[in-house]
Design a protein around this ligand. Structure first.
Ligand SMILES: Nc1ncnc2c1ncn2[C@@H]1O[C@H](COP(=O)(O)OP(=O)(O)OP(=O)(O)O)[C@@H](O)[C@H]1O
Length: 233
């Protein structure tokens, strides 16, 4: 298994104010697949993603990613893990406003430890050469998200983690952005986890994981996968 989470527990706060964001959550996923994690607001999706991405540490339980037992890692080891293995894409792009699209992408390539993907090739894959020299404020939301995806993928991570990546986009831009995620999965073999509360997105997944009250309540393979362009968003 490429990702294996077992009995993950993460609690925030203490005493009366304590919240169990993850409550013995378990799931696994194979390499090269697209997984969609669904759940209501507050169910623990972002916490689950943060743990897999090595942003934070579990209280107990185990997480293996690409043969690394990251639940045993120190904070310092997690920095190296994130740098080498993980690309992040968030709802609000988080681009650097005074850098062009191309320069934004170059920021991650500069710190890459893997053999990075050629910037021109990525821009071609994401069909963004026409706006490579524009600043984020000159781009639509969908274009900005493409820059964020290109930036995440430039260091050639094994795992791309996307938290509500279409949350701020209209239906057409959402389909376009998700189609580019499919393309990256196909062309670079990147394993993808998409966190969303949009039920429709599960139809493009190989694996659908439902989270409720900090627990993984189901994990199912999707035998009737459709392309992102066919989604009813
Ligand atoms: N840093 C934190 N400090 C305190 N409580 C937290 C923290 N992070 C998350 N929580 C709590 O843990 C629970 C799960 O939160 P989480 O953000 O993982 O859910 P989510 O499913 O991603 O929600 P949303 O879809 O609204 O982003 C919630 O009750 C939340 O309030």
């Amino acid at each position: 298994m490429f990702i294996e989470m077992r009995d993950a527990v993460k609690q925030y706060g203490h005493g009366e104010a304590a919240v169990r964001a993850l409550d013995r959550a378990s799931f696994s996923m194979k390499k090269g697949k697209i997984g969609v994690i669904l759940g209501a607001s507050g169910s623990g999706k972002s916490t689950l993603m943060n743990m897999i991405g090595g942003i934070d540490k579990l209280d107990s339980g185990r997480i293996m990613v690409d043969n690394c037992d990251i639940s045993q890692y120190s904070r310092k080891q997690l920095v190296g893990y994130r740098r080498e293995k993980i690309g992040f894409v968030f709802q609000f792009y988080n681009l650097i406003p005074n850098l062009t699209a191309r320069e934004n992408i170059e920021t991650t390539r500069d710190i890459a430890v893997n053999e990075s993907i050629d910037i021109d090739e990525i821009m071609d894959t994401l069909n963004m050469t026409s706006f490579a020299n524009r600043y984020p404020s000159e781009l639509s939301g969908g274009q900005q998200q493409r820059v964020a995806i290109a930036r995440a993928i430039a260091k050639n991570p094994a795992l791309l983690l996307c938290d509500e990546l279409t949350g701020a986009l209209d239906s057409k831009s959402s389909k376009d952005v998700l189609s580019y995620i499919e393309k990256i999965n196909r062309e670079y073999g990147t394993t993808v986890l998409i966190i969303t509360h949009n039920e429709a997105i599960q139809q493009m997944a190989d694996m659908v994981i439902h989270v409720k009250d900090g627990r993984v309540v189901s994990q199912e393979e999707n035998d009737n996968k459709i392309s992102a362009q066919q989604l009813a968003l």
